[in-house]
Design a protein around this ligand. Structure first.
Ligand SMILES: [Zn+2]
Length: 243
């Protein structure tokens, strides 16, 4: 009974492991989609910044042009040649400044164009991935539901098995399983605990040959037993041929 319970519990561990791996699998499947969505978001933010910067520069150009006109008007009223020369020089500087700002606007326009491409590419990538991610989400959800059902069914079987095992043994079994995970019951073969490979004291080994005898491995603390029936076939542990 104990061996069958252990078989159930170890099987249950596998089911739980697979079920618990679902979120990690989902996360891995979603990661590229999330990255594409983040790229789109960042692209839009940078596009907004570039657009704002361009608007600011265009306002500066407007301002410089109005200044230029003002100077032009004043230049028409100057009396001396020196004043005219100085005015011309100022006009030249304004024109140069405007040309410089216009260059910056052009650069920004190129940036905007590049960003628009980046955003479009990110959207296309996200659209392409969305279907795959949704398929994996459905698959993981279905598998999780199946695993939950299987685990519930194993739990039902385990209740039945546990009722056939004495409470002290069960309690020891649970403690070892909690501490070590995996097996809490180990066969002793040739005087050696098969779980931890430690030699069992001779007297304990002899006592284990009594029908239904069990003990605790002095080394790994697992419940140990000796298989008394001759092994004719390679029956799995806990099969009907056991004892
Ligand atoms: Zn042991």
């Amino acid at each position: 009974m104990l061996l069958r319970l252990q078989e159930l519990d170890i099987g249950r561990d596998d089911l739980v492991r697979e079920r618990d791996a679902g979120p990690t699998r989902l996360e891995a499947a979603r990661a590229p989609l999330t990255a594409a969505q983040a790229a789109e978001r960042v692209g839009r933010e940078r596009l907004q910044e570039a657009t704002r910067a361009r608007e600011k520069l265009e306002k500066e150009i407007e301002f410089e042009r109005s200044k230029l006109e003002e100077r032009n008007r004043k230049l028409r009223q100057v009396k001396t040649n020196e004043e005219f020369q100085a005015g011309q020089k100022e006009l030249g500087e304004h024109r140069k400044r405007i040309a410089g700002i216009e260059d910056s606007v052009l650069t920004l326009m190129e940036t905007v164009e590049g960003l628009q491409h980046e955003i479009a590419a990110a959207i296309a990538t996200a659209n392409r991935m969305r279907g795959d991610v949704e398929a994996i989400e459905r698959e993981v959800a279905a598998r999780t539901a199946t695993l939950d059902q299987k685990i519930a069914s194993v739990d039902q079987d385990a209740i039945a098995f546990r009722q056939g095992i004495d409470p002290a043994t069960l309690s020891h079994y649970d403690i070892v399983r909690t501490r070590r995970g995996g097996s809490a019951v180990s066969e002793v073969s040739g005087g050696v605990c098969q779980a931890c490979r430690t030699k069992i004291p001779a007297q304990m080994y002899n006592e284990l040959h009594a029908p239904d005898a069990q003990n605790i491995c002095p080394s790994c603390n697992r419940i140990i037993y000796v298989r008394l029936a001759p092994r004719v076939t390679d029956e799995p542990v806990g099969s009907a041929e056991f004892r």
